[in-house]
Design a protein around this ligand. Structure first.
Ligand SMILES: [Zn+2]
Length: 432
């Protein structure tokens, strides 16, 4: 570690540079928002990636573009283009990587400003992706630029990536890159994902996910004589009734040691995403009277690090099997849709520790260590890249993500850029 006095001088220098670039940080955020990188379908990925690459090249970054050929949604109209920029260090020490997704979700209704104009008002930048997560991406770019321009010794490498498709699972983005070694040691040692988790919180991981579709089967008959058929919706009701009576109380009682926020998400949860039984909904006219022979329900089970995915699945299947034994005519199928294993970094690991120290220095208070109730790209870096030293840290309020009039507070972007610069500087001074 560099000695304290030198470290102090470097921190002050970094803060000065970042304060002087406040307007530039705002302008960069606006420029990023103006690329309407809506996913699906994955619009404007290429120009946005190239904009980032062009920005970093003059600072000595080697820039590469990686198209995730053949991943979901990739085609010539909507190519999945990722950008990775690397600037090698002087002495081959640790590499710190800032990873941001460039895709945003659709705008939806209810906006009072143009979602892709980058409107600045009352100390905030508005727009789709302002908080999730172009504000964080801009802050990380300003942070590394300040670090380079400060003249501080940089023994380790700096990397910045702009990746696609996080909002749809990350398969054309971080997952694709991780499979090809872009997120593994010794190339990369520490990763910070500037997702909007608030300027004074270090997010060390996230819960897992299991989506499945349950289908109950019945027998079609005339609706005036339902006793001649067998109603699949009533069978599904029995499933939900069993969930209410047996599963939900069990899930609510199961508490995790993960510091998940909000605290309601510190238990296992199960949402019923959708349910449909019987005929398709009618566009016009009356539906014909029929007993439904099929009912389908999609469940969204969020799991804790203490749970195994197999155990989670077995718990639901056991209830269905019970019903099959006890309830006349009960037949079902269950189909996996999607799953993510929970992940959690060590809060005493280098990236969490140095980021926490930087937060204390910049904001004058100790950070909160949290986990996210949902998931983000950390799962791929952990499971596929085999890199554990990864956190999410960035400006913006998570509750605003995906909403109309999404914004990021400019003061928070400036503060988080200082935290990122200082944390990165400590990390590139670590022995790899
Ligand atoms: Zn995000």
């Amino acid at each position: 570690m560099p000695d304290d006095i030198a470290a102090d001088a470097i921190a002050e220098r970094l803060f000065e540079i970042i304060d002087s670039r406040r307007e530039e940080l705002v302008a960069l955020t606006q420029e990023l928002i103006r690329f309407p990188t809506i996913n699906p379908p994955g619009e404007a990925y290429q120009p946005c990636a190239e904009f980032i690459g062009r920005r970093l090249q003059p600072r000595g970054f080697e820039v590469q573009y990686v198209r995730a050929l053949g991943t979901p949604g990739d085609n010539d109209q909507y190519p999945r283009i990722n950008v990775i920029a690397r600037r090698d260090g002087a002495a081959g020490a640790s590499c710190v990587h800032f990873n941001s997704h460039i895709d945003v979700v659709q705008t939806g209704s209810g906006w009072t400003v143009d979602p892709f104009a980058g409107v600045v008002q009352g100390g905030k930048v508005y727009g789709r992706g302002a908080c999730d997560m172009k504000g964080g991406l801009a802050a990380s770019i300003i942070a590394v630029e300040a670090l380079i321009d400060s003249g501080a010794p940089l023994p380790g490498a700096l990397e910045i990536s702009g990746t696609v498709d996080e909002e749809s699972g990350g398969y054309g983005g971080v997952h694709h890159l991780a499979e090809r070694g872009w997120f593994s040691p010794p190339k990369v040692n520490h990763v910070i994902i500037p997702e909007p988790l608030n300027v004074d919180r270090v997010c060390i991981g996230h819960r897992g996910v299991w989506w499945a579709e349950i289908e109950t089967h019945g027998r079609i008959a005339h609706g005036s004589m339902p006793f001649l058929g067998d109603c699949a919706v009533r069978h599904m009701h029995a499933v939900i009734e069993r969930f209410e009576r047996e599963l939900y109380p069990k899930l609510a009682a199961r508490r995790t040691d993960m510091p998940v926020v909000p605290s309601g998400a510190r238990s296992s949860t199960l949402n019923i995403n959708s349910i449909h039984g019987g005929q398709a909904e009618q566009q016009g006219g009356y539906p014909a009277p029929c007993v439904p022979d099929s009912c389908r329900m999609v469940i969204d089970r969020r799991l804790l690090i203490e749970e195994s995915i197999d155990g989670v699945k077995a718990e639901v299947v056991d209830l269905l099997e019970q019903l099959a034994r006890e309830r006349a005519g009960f037949r079902y199928d269950i189909r996996d849709i999607f799953e993510v294993i929970p992940t959690m970094a060590d809060r005493n690991g280098p990236v969490a520790r140095h980021t926490a120290a930087a937060i204390l220095r910049v904001l004058g208070r100790d950070p909160e260590f949290i986990c996210s109730p949902g998931t983000y790209d950390q799962k791929h870096i952990d499971r596929v890249g085999k890199l554990k030293d990864c956190i999410a840290y960035g400006p913006g309020i998570l509750d605003l993500a995906h909403k109309p009039d999404e914004y990021v507070v400019i003061d928070d972007m400036v503060a988080s850029a200082k935290v990122m610069a200082l944390a990165a500087w400590s990390l590139v001074n670590q022995r790899a």
